[in-house]
Design a protein. Sequence first.
Length: 258
Amino acid sequence: MAARLATAAYALFAYLTFLVTVGWAIGFLADALVPRAVDTARPGSWPAAAAIDLALLSFFALQHSVMARAFCKRWLAKRVPPSTVRSTYVLLASGTLVATFWFWWPITARLWEVESPLGRLLIFSAYTAGWALVIASTFMIDHFEFVGLRQAYASITRQSMTTAPFRVAWAYAWVRHPMMLGLIIVFWATPQMSAGHMLFAVAGTVYILIGIRFEERDLRADLGAAYREYAQCVPALIPRPWSLTRRTVAGQTTTPTE
């Protein structure tokens, strides 16, 4: 019983850390309501700031990518209870992102600034929509499995975790990576782009594009013909307006508006 309670507490702590990190990320890029933001952290010379910021982003990318690989999951499962592998990933990814926010050095030179109230409203709307897409995408698959809570619950109740069948739902019928599309939108949707924000946006976008290649390789290996057929029908990031209609993917009919 004690071990199961510890598993539940650990998974819940990892999830709460994840929620705090998401909230901080929203404020960090909006430059509002958080202790450290992209343009309001400690000042410094731009060469030192660029070096530090790139090191922070590289550290996050390395942790996030290596721990997502199958070999690392197998290694971790030998050292922690298998039901906590996902929670451990979520906790460490959140921790490295929080460290990135906390130690970030701003480079405040302005590259552009939109002063029109309508223009700022449109950009803020795009920023909000981007985050809404990121968060909603986790529920379009399985939010609680994504954050490790389902695995912990299965362990606590002594149920077996079964692999969900491949399915296409909602935005995943429009693009294969709606969460990544939402992140790219929030990286760039700002009415005042500083050099530091630009550095974050460029590095984040490049990382996503590289990461998608590795994720696609794993998905094709794990799901086989079903995913290959899906990839042939649905673009990776940019939806095709003429194809946002009812379609059959991987042997199943999907409707984006359902």
